[in-house]
Design a protein around this ligand. Structure first.
Ligand SMILES: Nc1nc2c(c(=O)[nH]1)N[C@H]1C(S)=C(S)[C@@H](COP(=O)(O)O)O[C@H]1N2
Ligand SMILES: [Mo]
Length: 535
């Protein structure tokens, strides 16, 4: 009688179990490959990790509409979702390669090994396709795929019952024990390598953290105008006037947040119509005239009622001063360049109109955010902030280069993806409380939120219930035309289900259109509406 083949090492496993061993071999090979790639990426740089490189390449190629969907679905966890997706796909692919080693009609093992190397080539190509690519970025993917191929071959030969008869002498002992020993060794090595990579990366990050903590921000030569108490309404559920840094929205394409060394950082200002190009260090910047301004930042991907908007107190230098010093003239004064292209250390490019940046508004090279050096996530050591322009055409984080050019000569990153080169922020308003589908008691209910029209100012906010007449809301004091403005309206709520709707009018007299349009190509329109149950 045939016995349960698992007990006797010499005997083949029941054929039904071999696929499970083979799939496991594929998964372990992938894990070994990833762990060695991560370890190599510590030596090269974080962006060269295959998961990061493939992820960023995917982000680069994602159409704006899909990006919008991802942001709407996953919020700021969109990056985590993408990375999980990549690892999941890799796992499926790896299990498939494992199964391929069992093939009889084709040379399964060499093909599977080639499949592992092919994944390395994809990783390398992804890393090289990044705008800030360096030749060495391909290293971790290639090394990882070689390790994966070797581990796969070693494990495949030990899958119980796979060695053809007659071949037994020169083949390693097949059978469950031999496979498990090899599998356990691979698992331990991968886990060890992965943990080591984590520790080393953690140490690097800690060093950058320490350098950031050591930064002493200068006191502003021109402090922000005082914010009167009347600018902050006390209504429960209303977003605070200043958005704390740890609650500030984050939008960028960086799967691995750049940890720039401020001591080594330099900014260059150059290009068309720049008679005296400038190079500045972080210290140079800190020694200049420092201004402090409150500015509300908004992402073009913000949906009506969304939270990709936040208000902060920024510390920095006026960009227009630096441009003048370099000899730049805006187009209205005969300057030949109409576009200022900001480049970040991760290769991102954002293009702003030179005219806007130099028209007297507080366009800043920011070094501080709400009283501390810029957090790494928000662009340490230096970023741009321009009141009135969406982030994608102005707010370059991890800035390292400013080039004067023409819109007709260069399309910045988001423009190539289908977004409009012009990105003035659209006047918008949002109901913060009551929340959508909240239940409130009948009687007086404060309806409150924020409205923004940066660098123009908000003049009126109106609320209506169930498409009834518009009621003018009470506006908080205006702290600055560059920041959002809170508003509140006391609603006499009656039992039933109601729809609240808000609209704002800016200082040009323009009232927000009710017409709904998506974020692509230059910002969403429409009125924010929430449904509220009163009982
Ligand atoms: N280097 C870099 N800077 C960037 C981006 C980016 O992807 N990379 N995204 C821009 C966009 S679209 C926005 S809305 C703002 C968001 O800034 P925050 O993350 O500090 O809120 O940063 C801008 N600056
Ligand atoms: Mo954005």
């Amino acid at each position: 009688m045939e016995s349960n083949g698992g007990v006797d090492d010499a005997r083949p496993s029941p054929p039904s179990r071999r696929p499970a061993f083979a799939a496991l071999a594929g998964l372990l090979a992938a894990a070994a490959g990833l762990a060695s790639a991560e370890l190599a990426a510590v030596a090269v740089r974080p962006e060269s990790s295959p998961v990061t490189a493939v992820g960023e390449a995917v982000i680069d190629r994602t159409p704006p509409a899909v990006k919008e969907w991802a942001i709407a679905t996953f919020g700021t966890a969109d990056k985590l979702a993408l990375q999980c997706g990549i690892v999941l796909l890799l796992a499926l692919y790896a299990a498939g390669l494992g199964l391929l080693t069992l093939a009889r009609r084709v040379p399964g093992r060499p093909l599977a090994a080639a499949g592992a190397l092919a994944f390395g080539a994809v990783g390398a190509a992804a890393a090289w396709s990044r705008p800030d690519a360096q030749p060495s970025d391909a290293g971790p993917s290639l090394l990882g795929s070689v390790i994966a191929a070797v581990v796969l071959l070693v494990l495949a030969r030990r899958i119980p019952g796979t060695t053809p008869p007659g071949d037994a002498d020169d083949a390693p002992a097949t059978g469950r024990r031999a496979f498990l020993v090899a599998a356990a060794t691979a698992t331990a090595a991968s886990a060890g390598g992965g943990a080591l990579a984590r520790t080393l990366r953690g140490a690097e990050t800690a060093q950058a953290e320490a350098a950031r903590t050591a930064v002493r921000l200068p006191a502003p030569d021109s402090p922000a105008p005082p914010v009167s108490r009347g600018a902050q309404l006390s209504v429960r559920g209303l977003d605070p006037y200043f958005t704390p840094n740890d609650r500030f929205y984050r939008i960028d394409t960086a799967l691995s947040v750049p940890h720039v060394d401020a001591e080594a950082w330099q900014l260059t200002i150059h290009g068309r119509g720049v008679p005296q190009p400038l190079t500045l260090s972080y210290r140079d910047l800190l020694r200049r005239e420092i201004v402090e301004r409150d500015i509300t930042l908004t992402c073009v991907s913000n949906t009506v009622g969304g939270n990709l908007v936040g208000n902060a107190r920024w510390l920095g230098v006026r960009l227009a001063d630096l441009l003048r010093e370099a000899g730049v003239r805006p187009p209205s004064e005969g300057g030949p360049a109409d576009q200022l292209v900001a480049r970040s250390v991760d290769g991102m490019t954002l293009g702003s109109p030179v005219e806007t940046v130099m028209d007297g508004r507080d366009a800043l090279l920011a070094i501080g955010m709400n009283g501390e050096p810029l957090p790494f996530e928000h662009g340490f050591p230096v970023r741009m902030v321009v009141p009135g322009l969406y982030g994608y055409v102005s707010a370059c984080k991890w800035l390292q280069d400013l080039e004067l050019t023409r819109f007709s000569d260069f399309d910045a990153y988001w423009i190539r993806g289908g977004w409009s080169p012009d990105g003035p922020i659209k006047t918008q308003s949002r109901i913060d409380t009551p929340g959508h589908s909240a239940t409130v008691q009948p009687g007086t209910v404060p309806v409150a939120g924020v409205a923004w029209a940066q660098h123009t100012g908000i003049d009126r906010v109106e609320v209506r219930v169930d498409d009834g007449p518009w009621h003018e809301a009470e506006l908080a004091e205006e702290a600055s035309v560059d920041t959002w403005r809170q508003w509140v309206w006391q609603w006499e709520a009656t039992a039933g289900t109601h729809v609240l709707e808000v609209r704002a009018t800016d200082r040009t007299g323009e009232t927000q259109t009710a017409e709904e349009s998506g974020a692509v190509p230059d910002g969403a329109t429409g009125h924010h509406r929430v449904t509220v149950h009163v009982s």
